[in-house]
Design a protein around this ligand. Structure first.
Ligand SMILES: [Zn+2]
Ligand SMILES: [Zn+2]
Length: 179
């Protein structure tokens, strides 16, 4: 069996899911050996599959990712994910990477931690919306009783708060800290 590029593209997500029959699988692998374009597509798709399989990717601080996730689930629900579905995921992951890049560069002027006893809140979902006061050192869930300066609060994503040097409030962030 000989397959062309277009057939490889059509089957690539099934191929990665192990859902093609052995003869087609062999033909696709044979094609990858001879076709640089398709092996690049394979690599890219594999990365997207890994990203998409990583729950953390879904916690990015942007509404669109949730809408997208829903759309992908609708796509994936009936039987098999479509190649188009993966490409939408790929586009989304690029956008997400871009937004993290932006957030990082806008805060890179003050990378130092605000507290000497600071430790990064590694268990806090990066997309969780938290509140910080510029006069404080900690970030909180909105409405935490232990916020001192209630006058000048900002609501930002946890990932951004951590990048700005805030540490999680030991009271309201407790459930994330020892996990
Ligand atoms: Zn090809
Ligand atoms: Zn708190």
């Amino acid at each position: 069996m000989v397959v062309g590029c277009e057939q490889v593209w059509r089957e690539i997500s099934n191929y990665l899911d192990g859902e093609v029959d052995p003869a087609l699988r062999a033909a696709i692998e044979e094609h990858f050996r001879g076709c640089k374009n398709c092996s690049a597509v394979l690599e890219g798709t594999r990365n997207v599959v890994q990203l998409y399989g990583d729950e953390r990717m879904l916690e990015v601080p942007l509404g669109f990712s949730q809408r997208l996730h829903r759309r992908l689930e609708e796509n994936a629900a009936p039987a098999r994910r479509t190649f188009l579905g993966w490409m939408v995921a790929a586009a989304a992951s690029l956008l997400v990477a871009g937004s993290f890049e932006l957030a990082r560069s806008s805060t890179s002027t003050r990378p130092e931690l605000r507290s000497e006893h600071a430790y990064p809140g590694s268990g806090v979902p990066p997309g969780l919306m938290v509140v910080v006061a510029d006069s404080g050192k900690t970030f909180h869930v909105p409405g935490c009783r232990f916020i001192h300066d209630k006058a000048r609060l900002r609501t930002i994503a946890a990932a951004e708060a951590i990048r700005e040097g805030f540490v999680p409030c030991v009271r309201c962030m407790k459930k994330y800290l020892n996990s």
